[in-house]
Design a protein around this ligand. Structure first.
Ligand code: G3D
Length: 181
């Protein structure tokens, strides 16, 4: 499928309130928990993802095909196969795990900022696990991940969330779809 056909299809689907979104982040950030939460509207502890999970999620009057790709280093090459036709990106960060912020930043630079396919996609960053003591608030995470330096060419927003408590998720998804329209 050529790039122009892919762009045409993406725009047409968006007019019909349908879109493909991709959920990325390091392993254990909460990607699968988020995907399940969006599907079932409740928290459940998942099994680790092998490969990817694909779910159709209904949010407001949108149908979102969400692709949750395994975050372990040896699965990250698989991310490349999903970028075409994506209208929005969710990048989940475990805001309580400051030891991995540097790794998260490196992955964002490699897979998001230098990615031809995602140049025009809005990027929603979820600072997850706000319920845990020691988790970093969204504003601090922007600095810790260097987003104010690296993300100047992209439309992005960061939301502090706890999937466990169901807080921050609705608003963050509202922002994403508002930027895809
Ligand atoms: P991944 O898909 O990014 O690899 P998972 O991550 O969705 O498998 O989640 C990893 C662990 O984080 C899971 O715990 C999950 O329950 C937990 N988790 C996800 N979101 C939250 C949250 O908002 N708060 C807290 N406290 N924990 C969360 P286990 O114990 O199954 O490894």
């Amino acid at each position: 499928m050529g790039r122009s056909f892919s762009t045409w299809l993406r725009k047409r689907l968006i007019r019909e309130h349908r879109a493909k979104i991709i959920i990325l982040g390091l392993d254990a950030a909460g990607k699968t928990t988020l995907t399940r939460y969006l599907k079932q509207n409740e928290f459940s502890s998942p099994q680790p993802t092998v490969g990817q999970n694909i779910e159709v999620i209904r949010h407001r009057n949108w149908n979102l095909t969400a692709i949750d790709v395994a975050g372990q280093r040896h699965f990250r090459f698989l991310w490349d196969t999903h970028y075409r036709g994506v209208s929005g990106v969710i990048f989940v960060v475990d805001a309580s795990d400051s030891f991995r912020f540097e790794e998260a930043r490196a992955v964002m630079i490699e897979h998001l900022f230098e990615n031809e396919f995602l140049k025009t996609c809005p990027i929603l960053i979820i600072a997850n696990k706000q319920d845990l003591a020691g988790s970093v608030p969204a504003a601090t995470l922007i600095q810790a991940l260097g987003l104010h330096i690296d993300l100047t060419q992209h439309t992005f927003q960061i939301f502090g969330c706890s999937i466990l408590h169901g807080s921050g998720i609705e608003e963050s998804l509202d922002w994403l779809i508002s930027r895809m329209e």
